[in-house]
Design a protein around this ligand. Structure first.
Ligand code: FE2
Length: 269
């Protein structure tokens, strides 16, 4: 079984012929399934572009959403759309709703969107203002109320997803014998995995480029289950990274360039 990993494809920035040649490249890898770790497109285009990709490559696509997938939309509305899409399109599976996927012998895949939570770096003194707080209705409404209302909203979203991840992991481990769990996320869960030009993001950017809530869940669950290998795939920073905070916990972040989507890796299961 070959799992093709894509991230931060931003398909809405591509002309149709460029999207088609990217899909052709995916087909040529002869993989069996695709996993996408977010920032696939934006809210108005995500359903149609995922449907277009599924039709072109004709293999199952498992995905989580990134912050960009909510741009020009609201969190609830986009999520409702993803639930409907997962029900309607047999090849498309939004992982937070689709749940645990069995990939092979004692290997499963699961995922959550995840959000940056402002807990790493120096949120108090950071002057960074991401488009998220202008382009996503929920974050925009919070930002109007002030810097700390925005932080509260970021943490509410991040903690909810981290908690879902924790519950899903605990249930999956309880219900079966597992050797390996592949976890698809969008935001890197550790500062060491959140790079910019090969170096750790600085204290101004880390609040927006890491999710401590997710990282804490991963550290705890991997510590309690030393016989299981946890492979975490994510994106968001566009900067390739590899970080193994424990023997059985590996985090990989994919590289990305706007307008030039790439296949990150083909993972043999
Ligand atoms: Fe992102």
């Amino acid at each position: 079984m070959k799992l093709i990993w894509l991230t931060d494809t931003h398909l809405n920035f591509l002309h149709k012929e460029d999207r088609m040649s990217f899909y052709q490249k995916i087909k040529e890898t002869s993989g069996n399934k695709v996993v996408i770790t977010g920032d696939i497109a934006d809210a108005p285009s995500i359903s149609s572009l995922l449907t277009e990709m599924a039709k072109a490559i004709n293999i199952p696509i498992y995905f989580v959403l990134g912050n960009h997938d909510y741009y020009h939309g609201s969190v609830d509305l986009v999520r409702q759309e993803m639930i409907a899409l997962t029900e309607q399109e047999p090849l498309l599976h939004w992982l937070p709703i689709a749940g645990v996927q069995h990939l092979g012998h004692e290997t499963i895949l699961l995922g959550q969107d995840t959000w940056a939570d402002g807990r790493y770096g120096d949120y108090a003194n950071s002057l960074v203002s991401l488009n998220d707080s202008r382009m996503i209705a929920d974050l925009f409404q919070s930002k109007i109320l002030g810097k700390y209302a925005l932080l509260d909203k970021m943490q509410e979203l991040a903690d909810k997803d981290a908690n879902h991840l924790k519950v899903n992991l605990i249930n999956a481990i309880k219900n079966q014998t597992l050797k390996k769990i592949i976890i698809a996320l969008h935001v890197p869960p550790f500062p060491e995995a959140s790079l910019y030009e090969g170096k750790m993001s600085n204290d101004d950017f880390l609040p927006f480029f890491t999710s401590k809530a997710t990282g804490d869940v991963l550290l705890q669950i991997s510590k309690e289950n030393r016989d299981i290998e946890f492979l975490v795939l994510c994106g968001h920073t566009h900067s390739k990274a590899y970080w193994a905070p424990r023997n059985n916990l590996i985090v990989k972040v994919g590289a990305a360039d706007y307008g030039k989507p790439e296949i990150q890796e083909t993972i043999s299961i």
